[in-house]
Design a protein around this ligand. Structure first.
Ligand SMILES: *Cc1c(COP(=O)(O)O)cnc(C)c1O
Length: 371
């Protein structure tokens, strides 16, 4: 038997979540599948929605070429544009759209000799202060680019810093800054990430850019600041179920400790299970004692320090558990957001870190095993 750590990826749920994102926002939706589709596998995820997706967004030319080589013909946006001028001929050859966020890119783009003009998504820094043109210079740059032979079409875009927090006005302020600085520009607009799609209808425009919600992790429900909305039924379906199996069971006496650093000491006789999954698979080492885990469908808790290849779970109240029992680390019973909160991180990081495990893809009826 090979090592039982498996990431089950439900492509039908991914497709469902794309439709939810698109219809919740209206207009068109670029499915954000950067970073190997947040760890889920960019090519299978793209293939699962290629017939319905308005386009895809990735972080680099390399990520886009992987999709093109797999036969994906939908529009693809490079979210950071290009990093050096040598990328431009390939961007043109593969019909990619580029974000332009800084003057250095504009200089290179306008000086280049291109076979065909490219579509540009002109990014404004409306308040996140990461990348983007300032609101003050935005219109003049737009006018300059719109008259240039290297540019076919310009979409106006910006990105939110706090759309997952319903208790502060920053998102509305960013929308106002953006609207003010684009008065009179007759062009398509793209503002909303997942959190804005779910929580800020006033951010709606021609193009949404859903990412994390496609993978079934609701960023509004993840933010503890939003306690009021956590009772709303989540329309998203779980895409990744991370499972492994029990490979050892033993009972330790009161006062005995387990694992590296002996961070868990039994207060009474405790049955422990050892699970074949560790931080080298992407399960967070920072997860605290008490992080939820399910064994054979019964909820229990992580105990002890997560090691590279194994972790411990408490089986004291699950006498039916045995060698080979199925352990869900996150998925249907264990919300990925709960594991993330316990590890002081976010679902995005947990997903992106998944590696070494076997990936099993299912789409309604069929199951495909990769690796
Ligand atoms: C990653 C990214 C997104 C998607 O964000 P989510 O929070 O995952 O929905 C949207 N827009 C830009 C510019 C991004 O970098």
């Amino acid at each position: 038997m090979s090592r039982p750590a498996i990431a089950h990826i439900r492509l039908d749920a991914f497709r469902h979540n794309y439709q939810i994102a698109k219809s919740a926002h209206g207009g068109k939706a670029l499915a954000v599948i950067k970073a190997n589709a947040y760890g889920h596998g960019a090519v299978p995820c793209a293939k699962a929605i290629e017939s319905v997706a308005d386009g895809f967004a990735v972080a680099s030319l390399e990520e886009a070429l992987q999709l093109r080589e797999a036969g994906i013909q939908n529009p693809i946006l490079l979210l950071e544009g290009f990093f050096e001028v040598l990328e431009l001929p390939k961007i043109v050859a593969h019909d990619l759209w580029i974000v332009i966020h800084h003057a250095w890119q504009i200089g290179m783009l306008l000086a280049a000799k291109l076979e065909k003009p490219v579509q540009v998504w002109l990014k404004m820094d409306s308040g996140m202060h990461r990348v983007g043109l300032s609101p003050a210079e935005y219109t003049s740059v737009y006018v300059q680019l719109s008259q240039h032979k290297n540019i076919s079409k310009i979409v106006l875009m910006s990105h939110f810093a706090n759309a997952d927090n319903l208790n502060i006005a920053h998102t509305q302020q960013q929308i106002a800054v953006f609207k003010n600085a684009t008065i009179g520009l007759n062009a398509e607009v793209s503002l909303a990430n997942s959190a804005a799609i779910l929580a800020w209808p006033e951010s709606a425009s021609k193009w949404s850019r859903p990412g994390i919600m496609l993978y079934g992790a609701n960023p509004i429900q993840a933010n503890a600041a939003n306690s009021v909305v956590t009772t709303v039924k989540d329309p998203l379906r779980t895409v990744m179920q991370l499972t492994s199996r029990i490979i050892n069971i033993r009972t330790i006496a009161q006062g005995e400790s387990i694992g590296y650093g002996s961070i868990f000491t039994a207060e009474r006789a405790t049955t422990i299970g050892v699970v074949a999954c560790g931080y080298a698979d992407g399960y967070p080492r920072s997860a605290l004692n008490g992080t939820p885990v399910a064994v054979d469908g019964i909820m229990t808790r992580l105990i002890g320090r997560v090691s590279m290849d194994m972790l411990f779970v408490d089986l004291t109240h699950i006498p039916t558990a045995n060698i080979g029992s199925l352990v869900e680390l996150w998925g249907d019973l264990v919300p990925v957001n709960a594991v993330a909160a316990s590890a002081n991180t976010i679902a995005y990081e947990l997903f992106c870190n998944i590696k070494r495990v076997q990936f099993e893809y299912s789409d309604t009826a069929e199951t495909i095993i990769l690796k």
